[in-house]
Ligand binder design. Structure first.
Ligand code: ADP
Ligand code: MG
Length: 325
């Protein structure tokens, strides 16, 4: 089983940012409203995620490290649940198999007097004791890939790893404006969001207040789609598309055509080779999305794509140029 976990880790856990992504998604799934991420040396030395979610019951902590042990009832109607089915209950065992993992967790009220402190090394549990009760979960991952030297070698630069991590946290912060995220790297606070549920405030946390002030609200809808969000004024641009975030039913996705629809909304207002900042939130009937794509990639195929593109392009062009009929 430990070998299987290590093999699965090779697929799911590519780099420190993959660990951050899986642990953050677990914290969000556990209904946390405050999540702090502390990393050292871009996550290679340690990644610590502290949440105020519902916690894991004393007798279920060890179970969470077993493959395919998921406490989550997946709603088959939810497209993103379907998309992640392949990795049900694989993240924690995978991470544990290639690191030193400490879980400190407690649930609010079910008669448990105490929480749990569990320590595993290379996937082997070496300690599993009762611990002082602090509701929520703190998971620390140390010495990632210490037992998979080939993987470790593939990690080239700390700067690149850090930017992968900030990218994950930024996108999740924009997708979950109701959660307050904090990122601390080597003791220094890198970003912090308010967690008020207000998207513009989440944008302020991620990209800064002055940037958020230069964003315009957009909205447009028809029978199939509901589009809302914020786009930057034409004078606020970037040299690449990384500052465009597309959310489909609350989940971050990548979609080339939607990127193009956003740029088209600016028409000639945008210089060639420049891209706006944008957070576009699309609500769609799950039946219109084909999620039969590799689960670690965030690509989704959408029916009536042309219709959606037009809706987005128009939402933006009308906001930038309200006098146009
Ligand atoms: P999955 O998320 O697909 O269920 P994981 O391996 O990521 O699988 O997690 C296994 C289980 O551990 C989860 O189903 C959940 O019960 C529990 N768990 C993990 N992280 C947390 C957390 N931060 N708060 C509460 N429960 C958690
Ligand atoms: Mg998970």
């Amino acid at each position: 089983e430990n070998l299987a976990n290590k093999i699965a880790a090779g697929e799911v856990i590519e780099r420190p940012a993959s660990v951050v992504k899986e642990l953050l998604e677990n914290a969000i799934d556990a209904a946390a409203t405050q999540i702090t991420v502390k990393i050292e040396e871009s996550g290679l030395k340690s990644i610590e995620i502290i949440d105020n979610g519902e916690g894991i019951a004393r007798d279920e902590v060890a179970l969470a490290l077993k493959r395919h042990a998921t406490s989550k009832i997946k709603d088959v109607d939810d497209l993103f649940r379907i998309r992640t089915l392949g990795f049900r209950g694989e993240a924690l065992p995978s991470i544990a198999s290639v690191s030193e993992l400490t879980i400190n967790t407690a649930v609010a009220d079910n008669g448990d007097e105490s929480g749990t402190l569990l320590i595993a090394k290379g996937g082997i549990i070496i300690q599993n004791d009762a611990a002082p009760k602090r509701v929520g979960t703190r998971i620390k991952v140390e010495n990632l890939f210490y037992n998979t030297p080939a993987r470790l070698k593939y990690i080239k630069s700390l700067q690149a790893e850090l930017s992968h991590i900030t990218d994950i946290i930024n996108r999740l912060s924009l997708a979950h404006s109701e959660v307050a995220f904090t990122l601390i790297n080597d003791g220094r606070e890198m970003m912090k969001t308010a967690g008020t549920g207000d998207l513009r405030q989440a944008i302020a946390g991620v990209y800064g207040i002055s940037t958020a002030k230069k964003m315009l609200a957009i909205s447009n809808s028809d029978l199939d789609f509901e589009v809302s969000g914020y786009v930057s004024l034409p004078e606020l641009t970037r040299a690449n598309r990384n500052y465009i975030t597309i959310l489909l039913n609350g989940r971050y996705i990548k979609n080339f055509l939607i990127n193009r629809a956003i740029v088209d909304g600016y028409g000639s207002k945008l210089m060639v080779g420049r891209f706006p900042l944008a957070v576009i939130d699309i609500k769609i009937d799950p039946f219109l999305a084909d999620v039969n794509v590799h689960p670690t990639k965030q690509e989704v195929r959408i029916s009536k794509e042309r219709e959606l593109m037009l809706l987005i392009t128009r939402a933006i062009s009308q906001t930038l140029q309200p006098q146009t009929l």
